[in-house]
Write a protein that binds this ligand. Structure first.
Ligand code: NAD
Length: 306
C-alpha cells in the first residue's frame, strides 16, 4: 500500500507533483482548524507543512501512523520537537533553500537603514523635500559584524564583501579556517559589538541566543551603529532596542521578526524614527518558496520510499 502524505500548508503544485510521481498518495488540505487536523492525522504516514500548521503534542498523540514531518523552510518552531522525538517521528527541514533570499532581505535592510529609504519615501509622499534630514552613510569601508555564519550569514558575508565592507563574524561552531575561506575575520562577541558599524544576526533562537542583544550589548555598540535581525524574534530585547534608538545611541534598527508576531499596536519600536520593519517575510520570494517546497517533497519521498 502506498504511503499517505497530508499536505496541510500551501506547497507548490510542483512539490505535490514530486510526491505523486514518487508513488505516494497525497491529500492537500490547507487551512484546517486544529480539531479537524486532529480528526484526520491518524490516517497519514507523513505530514508536509510550512509555518501555519502547528504540530503540537496534542496533534502528535493522534498521529498513530505518522513517521515523518517535512517543514518547507528553516525554523522548526511550529513543530513540538520533543513530542515528535518521543513518538519516534522524524522531523525534516530544508536548510539552505531560502538562504539567498533571507540574506538579500538583510542586505536590503542594511541599505534601507544607511540611506533612510523608508523614512525618506514617507517624507516625499507627504509632500516634503528634506534633503538635509536624510543624509546617510556609505557602506564601503565600514565594518559589518555578522553573528552566525551558517547558510544565511555566509551568503550575506559574500554580498557585503562585494560591497567593499570589512566583515567580522562570531560563530563558535565555525572553524577559523572556514571563516578565513569566507573572507571574514572571526572575532569574539565583545570585539564584534565594539567594532561593527552594522550588526546583522543570523543565529537560531536557543537558550544561548535568547536576549543575546540586550541593553548591555546595545550600550557597547558604536554610537550610530545599525542593527538588523532577520533571524528570530527573542534574540533582541526589543524594549532595550527601543530605548537605544530613542536615545540616539543607535543610528537605526530593522526587524523582520518579533518576540510577538504581529507586534502589539503600542509596541515601543513602532513609533520611532530610524526603525524599519517587515512582517516576517525573510523567506518570502517566489524563488525561495518554490525551492523549499520542492526540496521538502523530494526529502519526504526519499524517506518514505527508502
Ligand atoms: P544555520 O544553521 O545554517 O546557521 C546558523 C549559524 O548560527 C550556525 O553556523 C551556528 O553555528 C551559529 N550559531 C548557533 N548558535 C550560536 C551562538 N550562540 N552564537 C553564534 N553563532 C551561533 O541557519 P540559517 O539557515 O543560516 O538560519 C539562521 C537564522 O535565520 C535562524 O534563526 C532561522 O530560523 C532564521 N531564518 C529566518 C527567516 C525569516 O523569514 N526571517 C527565514 C529563514 C531562516
Amino acid at each position: 500500500m502506498a504511503a499517505r502524505v497530508l499536505v496541510s500548508d500551501d506547497l507548490s503544485p510542483e512539490a505535490v507533483a514530486v510526491l505523486k510521481q514518487a508513488g505516494l498518495e497525497v491529500d492537500v488540505k490547507v487551512g484546517l482548524k486544529p480539531d479537524a487536523l486532529e480528526a484526520i492525522i491518524g490516517d497519514y504516514d507523513a505530514l508536509a507543512v510550512r509555518s501555519a500548521t502547528k504540530v503540537t503534542a496534542k496533534l502528535l498523540e493522534k498521529a498513530s501512523r505518522l513517521r515523518v514531518i517535512g517543514r518547507a523552510g528553516v525554523g522548526v518552531d511550529n513543530v513540538d520537537l520533543d513530542a515528535a522525538t518521543r513518538r519516534g517521528v522524524v522531523v525534516m527541514n530544508t536548510p539552505g533553500g531560502s538562504s539567498v533570499t533571507v540574506a538579500e532581505l538583510a542586505l536590503a535592510m542594511i541599505l534601507a537603514l544607511s540611506r533612510h529609504v523608508p523614512a525618506a519615501t514617507a517624507s516625499v509622499k507627504a509632500g516634503k523635500w528634506e534633503k538635509k534630514r536624510f543624509q546617510g552613510h556609505e557602506l564601503a569601508g565600514k565594518t559589518l559584524g555578522v553573528v552566525g555564519i551558517g547558510n544565511i550569514g555566509s551568503v550575506l558575508v559574500d554580498r557585503a564583501l562585494a560591497m567593499k565592507m570589512r566583515v567580522v563574524a562570531y560563530d563558535p561552531f565555525i572553524s577559523a579556517e572556514a571563516a578565513a575561506k569566507l573572507g571574514v575575520e572571526r572575532v569574539e562577541l565583545d570585539a564584534l559589538w565594539a567594532q561593527a558599524d552594522v550588526v546583522s544576526l543570523h543565529v537560531p533562537l536557543t537558550e544561548q541566543t535568547r536576549n543575546l542583544v540586550d541593553a548591555k550589548v546595545l550600550a557597547r555598540m558604536k554610537k550610530g551603529a545599525l542593527l538588523v535581525n532577520c533571524a528570530r524574534g527573542g534574540i533582541v530585547d526589543e524594549r532595550a532596542l527601543a530605548d537605544a534608538l530613542a536615545s540616539g545611541h543607535l543610528g537605526g534598527a530593522a526587524l523582520d521578526v518579533f518576540e510577538q508576531e504581529p507586534p502589539p499596536a503600542d509596541h515601543p519600536l513602532l513609533g520611532l524614527d530610524g526603525f524599519v520593519a517587515t512582517p516576517h517575510i525573510g523567506a518570502s520570494t517566489e524563488e525561495a518558496q518554490s525551492a523549499v517546497a520542492v526540496a521538502v517533497a523530494e526529502q519526504l519521498a526519499a524517506y518514505l520510499n527508502h
